[in-house]
Design a protein around this ligand. Structure first.
Ligand code: BES
Ligand code: MN
Ligand code: ZN
Length: 492
């Protein structure tokens, strides 16, 4: 979508008018640029009982040359309601009569609420239909959005719309990576796309550690999980603005990138297994975050690490009972090959501490147990640092990407360090608290600095990375979750 901001002038093929409850006639400027006939059609609709401005209600008025869409905003919509309304409005538009959309903000709109409505439209404009044949008369052009508001809003709204557009490119990249099927999106294809993105960008570096390099470095957590597949594992390092703040501590974001999770030898049941193409969404969010940071012009240094592997059963696969010698020097007793995310993150997390991080955040579609606990409404948030946890929670609230604090209790860690044959085991004692024991496992791979663990937070996005039907920003499939949260965390 191309999105710009302008004063009230001409209208496009579609005119979107978001209006507050109680409006009975068109506010000033709402109908400028329309002919007398067009105005009277809209005014009649506004005066009728068919449109009251109630939230969630919408009325389309056909006029020659311009479809006018009246959107009810209720009396005093929340930030979330404004963003959601923009998204739902875009979702309901058809390209049959053109792709030039004018959204007019008139009486009652603050700059920030306008920006949120526009952001919803921008974020919602993504679909994954590239593998489907198109009808000849399907309009394939991109939307062209003009947001119109009075002069005093121009500067603020323009800046907000540009920023949202930049961040949305990252969200959409994350969704695209997540949605790609596993026959297309395997570890080295992810790495190739990262390299391709970095090409020609002077403030970006992407480095790929292939299978050979992983062996040389001793990344046996990633290797163990990935070695059963024809598609070999790799790690991808993202560096934004690598030449500034050289001695400063800067954030490092780590992502689980299982391009397909069959469960391995501890194989999963077939029902729903197709969804395991999304098991790399942690890595998709990391990639999308770097796209968003770069596109929005962030000037600080940031590091990212993704651990890419395909978890397959084969003659070369790792087995239950295996003992993995991870990069950290700690050994893992494999009790279930389907608890693979934590094995790859063990290496990624340990490595992240070498980059002198101010804090580490990892993202992973880690456990079904997290979906049991929080459904599709919130990601689980575990942290060894209350300040960091609060900042992530707050950023998530502002972006309506809820990250809900969960307990990192010593007892959970103890369950994971009780192995008789290795330093840690990759399964808890039972099913209970499965998302918490997983977090307790990860904590074993966060290094100390000056006698204290580096601030670290873990986001379990198993329930929020896809299949979140209440997420108005997305039609279906991958959500691009937490690109916006982390962009805010890092830049604000
Ligand atoms: N990728 C899955 C977690 C998952 C399951 C995400 C369902 C989204 C929806 C992960 O690798 C996994 O298989 N976890 C196991 C862990 C168990 C073996 C301790 C799980 O949750 O069952
Ligand atoms: Mn698994
Ligand atoms: Zn998995």
């Amino acid at each position: 979508m191309n999105a710009t901001v302008n004063e009230f002038n001409d209208v496009g093929d579609i005119l979107v008018l978001p209006l507050f409850e109680g409006i009975e006639k068109a506010p000033n400027n709402a109908l400028s640029g329309l002919s007398r006939t067009q105005r009277s059609l809209v005014n009649e609709a506004l005066a009728s009982d068919s449109f009251t401005g109630k939230s969630g209600k919408r009325l389309d008025v056909w006029t020659a040359g311009c479809q006018v869409v009246l959107v009810g905003m209720g009396e005093d919509p929340s930030d979330k309601a404004c963003r959601d309304a923009g998204a739902k409005t875009l979702a309901g538009l058809s390209k049959d009569h053109g792709t030039n959309v004018t959204t007019r903000f008139t009486t009652g709109w603050s700059t920030s609420k306008m920006a949120l409505f526009a952001e919803g439209m921008i974020l919602r404009d993504y679909s994954f239909d590239k593998y489907q044949q198109k009808e000849d008369d399907d309009n394939q052009s991109d939307w062209n959005l003009t947001c119109q508001a009075s002069p005093r809003h121009q500067t603020g709204l323009s800046a907000a719309v540009s920023k949202s557009s930049a961040i949305a490119t990252g969200v959409h990249v994350a969704r695209e990576l997540g949605n790609e099927p596993a026959n297309v999106m395997y570890p080295e294809e992810y790495a190739r796309r990262a390299m391709e993105w970095a090409k020609g960008k002077s403030n970006v570096e992407v480095e790929v550690w292939d299978f050979e390099r992983l062996k040389k470095e001793g990344m046996h957590g990633v290797i163990a999980v990935g070695k059963g597949s024809e598609r070999k594992p790799c790690m991808v390092f993202f560096r934004l603005n690598p030449n500034v703040q050289k001695d400063d501590q800067v954030p490092c974001i780590v992502g689980k990138g299982i391009t397909f999770d069959t469960g391995g030898i501890s194989i999963k049941p077939s029902a729903g297994m197709e969804d395991m193409k999304f098991d790399m969404h942690g890595s998709a969010t990391v990639f999308g975050l770097f796209v968003a940071l770069q596109a929005s012009g962030y000037k600080g240094r940031v590091n990212g690490i993704t651990c890419m592997a395909e978890n397959m059963p084969s003659a070369g696969a790792y087995r239950p009972g295996d003992i993995i010698d991870t990069y950290s020097g700690k050994t893992i007793e494999v009790l279930n090959t389907d608890a693979e995310g934590r094995n790859v993150l063990a290496d990624g997390l340990w490595k992240s501490a070498e980059l002198n991080p101010s804090y580490i955040v990892d993202l992973a579609t880690l456990t079904g147990a997290c979906v049991v606990a929080l459904g599709h409404e919130a990601s689980g948030l575990w942290s060894n640092d209350d300040g960091l946890s609060a900042r992530i929670h707050e950023a998530g609230n502002v972006e309506d990407e809820i990250a809900w604090p969960m307990p990192l209790l010593p007892a959970f860690e103890k369950e994971m360090t009780g192995s008789k044959v290795a330093d840690v085991q990759n399964l808890g004692k039972g099913r209970w608290g499965g998302a918490c024991t997983a977090a307790g496992f990860l904590k074993q791979f966060v290094q100390d600095r000056d006698g204290k663990q580096i601030p670290w937070a873990h986001l379990d996005i198993a329930g929020t990375a896809w299949g979140a039907s209440t997420n108005a920003m997305v039609a279906n499939g991958a959500t691009g979750i937490h690109v916006r949260t982390l962009h805010r965390l890092i830049t604000e």
